[in-house]
Design a protein around this ligand. Structure first.
Ligand SMILES: [Mg+2]
Length: 230
């Protein structure tokens, strides 16, 4: 069984520092009027967010500009995460990861819109090591154009098989996330979805999107483990 976790508002909160750092990257590169207004962030792939940010500000999203934004975003994120207490694991997350790591037959993974370097920074700021999740798929690893989160579960399944764990059926893969995009990418691939209402999407919206189960949060690890293994 493979259990794939989203990062932002599922495992951790950075109190908006991630969004702020992306907008700050734009201001540093293109001036103080650079605005994130009107750009959707939650549950989306970082390369698509950067593309939207550039377009929103009247800039063609060229490869050079996207690379510059990515570099500057990392710098601004490192600075933002220095504020003590601003990034923290959400309730129950440390115990849940510890509990699942002990389960025979369970492999943990990450399936996230974050770039690897900034995803690792966010987790690390919360005392979570990305390497505790052996199967990792990052936000720039969609193998198709245009990129989509819906493409990422297949990458995770392929990596699971390559890691000598053997093939895994899609219905033995669970995606844990806080947005309708996490639920949609599970459904598009025949995976199970566990939604958590710790982000900007309320429980009923996540249910209506077709989540197999919705938890208010992950604060009761034994109950989450029971559902995941059930
Ligand atoms: Mg999220």
């Amino acid at each position: 069984m493979l259990i794939l976790f989203d990062i932002d508002a599922t495992l951790v909160t950075t109190s908006g520092v991630g969004r702020h750092a992306m907008a700050e990257a734009g201001r540093r590169l293109y001036g103080p009027s650079f605005t994130p207004d009107g750009v959707e962030f939650a549950g989306r792939l970082d390369p698509l967010i950067l593309t939207d940010l550039l377009r929103r500000n009247g800039l063609q999203p060229t490869p050079d500009r996207l690379a510059a934004m990515r570099r500057e975003y990392r710098v601004a994120l490192v600075e933002g995460l220095r504020t003590p207490g601003i990034a923290r694991a959400l309730p129950g997350v440390h115990d849940l990861v510890d509990a699942l790591a002990c389960e025979a037959g369970v492999t943990l993974g990450l399936l996230t819109g974050n770039f690897e370097e900034t995803g690792r920074l966010k987790l690390g700021a919360c005392g979570l090591d990305a390497d505790r999740f052996p199967i990792r798929v990052w936000g720039d690893e969609s193998p198709h154009e245009p990129p989509s989160r819906d493409h990422l579960p297949a990458v995770a399944i392929e990596r699971y098989a390559d890691a000598a764990a053997g093939p895994v059926r899609a219905d033995r893969v669970t995606i844990v996330g806080d947005t309708v995009h996490d639920v949609a990418c599970a459904r598009a691939n025949g995976c199970r979805s566990l939604a958590v209402a710790t982000g900007s999407f309320p429980e009923q919206t996540l249910r209506a999107a077709g989540a197999d189960e919705v938890f208010t949060d992950l604060s009761d690890p034994p109950a989450v483990v029971r559902w995941l293994l059930g």
